[in-house]
Design a binder for this molecule. Structure first.
Ligand SMILES: *[C@@H]1O[C@H](CO)[C@@H](O)[C@H](O)[C@H]1NC(C)=O
Length: 482
């Protein structure tokens, strides 16, 4: 804890030094048969245009009005009012570069926790924490209401982190430009500061991977993401409105006074991880830690994020969510195999078990152990031989020039999960297009066999993904949205 002068002109420099302080604390094979029915069963025929980002928003016609359901749009997509901000436009290469920095920071968070555990066992030495998660930029946005009267805020939703924050007036140090008016706690009847000596303040450490600070008596949070984006500000509580009948008083969140980084024009971030401060935990009394979402494809409309069991479909296939005491905030899953064009690749089970895997809404491209990615790439290239290859796109090394085609036929890919679950990926979950002349296999290999696998958001597109956190299982169903 730090003692702080009350003078408001000093509080600005305090926030900056609090941020530096927090930073210091947080240094922490198969062959395609020519047989027609095989082609039909094991190949997708797709239009190239469906892989490219759409320019027109076509809102979903599905009714997700049951339960507490929020609309999800892609941050850069045509349905996002945020994408009108020029600052928000990102090229495929930029998106993939930021994705790599997010993945690096997830890897370092995971390996740090391993080191920390072993170090703590053997000595009292404390080692600095590495940076937290990166925000990446292939992200999805939901709109929630905060305060009384309520103000609507568009936040990035992230299952790979826990802490929810929004930029707040008076933006004592800095606020980046956002689309919605900046939240002003002084205009709300229900905002309260959390005090430094409270249990809630102590809980910040695990949710933000940084020790809290203290300004006079107000608890100060700081969270830094892997790409050096950060938010620092007052820890407060406020009335959260998800829908008119889903209102949560005293929701704990960060009221950001110094915010910089790649948050686009969003107003902040909503953390859906497993930590006690995540929105999932804070709303557990009503929803029992049960939520689901469908991420829309780049070429399409909107998906949803829903809390509670109400309205989830019956066609779900469930795989266990694994617990990992060293990394309690991530959602670990059990990937057991991959099918390409109807044939299960020959990959030893130990390849997936060595590093384990997580599902993450904020990582764009699925990362696989090298010994799983290589056979996937080989099988895919084999079945795509008829198409001319193109140069690599950032981390994607298997690309095709499809500019002379209007439709192509690509092998289907399924992921196999523990519990005998097979999840066929949508065609949009197999390819990632920079342009029609550079359409790539949307997977990447990790650099080390020990790096965690990540089931990313391109692969999750259009799937209904259901998190039954209390029940310890994750459900998948196809065609949850388009
Ligand atoms: C919250 O605490 C900060 C820092 O002490 C202070 O500047 C601000 O006015 C407080 N807000 C409320 C509503 O008490």
């Amino acid at each position: 804890m730090m003692a702080t002068p009350i003078d408001s002109s000093i509080s600005v420099s305090f926030l900056f030094s609090a941020f530096l302080f927090l930073l210091l604390c947080s240094l922490n094979k198969g062959y395609a048969s020519s047989d027609e029915s095989t082609i039909k069963n094991h190949f997708h025929t797709i239009q190239i245009s469906s892989l490219l980002p759409a320019s027109v928003c076509s809102p979903s016609t599905k009714d997700h009005s049951k339960g507490a359901s929020l609309k999800v749009v892609h941050k850069h997509g045509p349905c996002s009012h945020l994408s009108k901000e020029k600052a928000n436009a990102a090229t495929a290469t930029q998106i993939l570069t930021r994705d790599e920095s997010r993945v690096n920071s997830i890897q370092s968070r995971l390996s740090f926790n391993l080191v920390q555990k072993n170090t703590l066992k053997n000595s009292k030495a404390s080692i600095p924490a590495k940076s937290g998660s990166s925000i990446g930029s292939g992200n999805y946005i939901v709109t929630i209401g905060l305060g009384t009267p309520k103000k609507d805020l568009s936040l990035i939703f992230d299952t790979g982190s826990d802490f929810t924050w929004t930029q707040c007036e008076p933006c004592a140090r800095y606020c980046y430009s956002q689309q919605d008016p900046t939240f002003d706690p002084s205009l709300s009847k229900t905002y309260k500061n959390i005090t430094c000596n409270s249990a809630q303040c102590s809980a910040l450490g695990s949710a933000t991977s940084a020790s809290p600070g203290c300004a006079t008596t107000t608890c100060v949070y700081g969270i830094q993401y892997g790409d050096s984006s950060y938010s620092v500000g007052f820890f407060g509580s406020e009335t959260l409105t998800l829908t008119p009948s889903d209102i949560f008083p005293n929701f704990l969140f960060g009221c950001g006074q110094n915010n910089r980084g790649l948050f686009g024009a969003s107003a902040g971030l909503i953390g859906l991880g497993r930590d006690s401060l995540s929105i999932v935990s804070q709303t557990a009394s009503k929803y029992g830690k049960f939520f689901s979402y469908c991420l829309p494809s780049r070429s399409s409309s909107d998906g949803y994020l829903a809390f509670g069991k109400e309205g989830t479909s019956g066609a779900l296939k469930f795989t266990p969510l694994l617990s990992n005491s060293q990394n309690p905030s991530f959602y670990f899953i059990d990937i057991t195999g991959i099918k390409v064009g109807g044939t299960t690749l020959s990959i030893s089970q130990s390849v997936f078990k060595t590093a384990g895997a997580i599902i993450d809404s904020g990582t764009v491209i699925t990362r696989l152990p090298p010994a799983a990615y290589t056979p996937l790439r080989t099988a895919f290239r084999q079945q795509m031989k008829q198409y001319p290859m193109a140069q690599a796109l950032s981390i994607l090394d298997t690309c095709y020039d499809l500019s002379k085609y209007s439709t192509v036929s690509i092998p289907k890919i399924s992921f196999l999960f523990g519990g005998n679950v097979e999840v066929p990926l949508a065609a949009n979950g197999i390819l990632y297009a920079g342009s029609a002349s550079q359409v790539c296999l949307a997977f990447a290999g990790n650099s080390a066999a020990s790096d965690v696998g990540i089931f990313g958001n391109v692969q999750q597109q259009t799937l209904n993904v259901v998190y039954d956190v209390a029940g310890g299982k994750l459900g998948f169903a196809s065609a949850g949205c388009s």
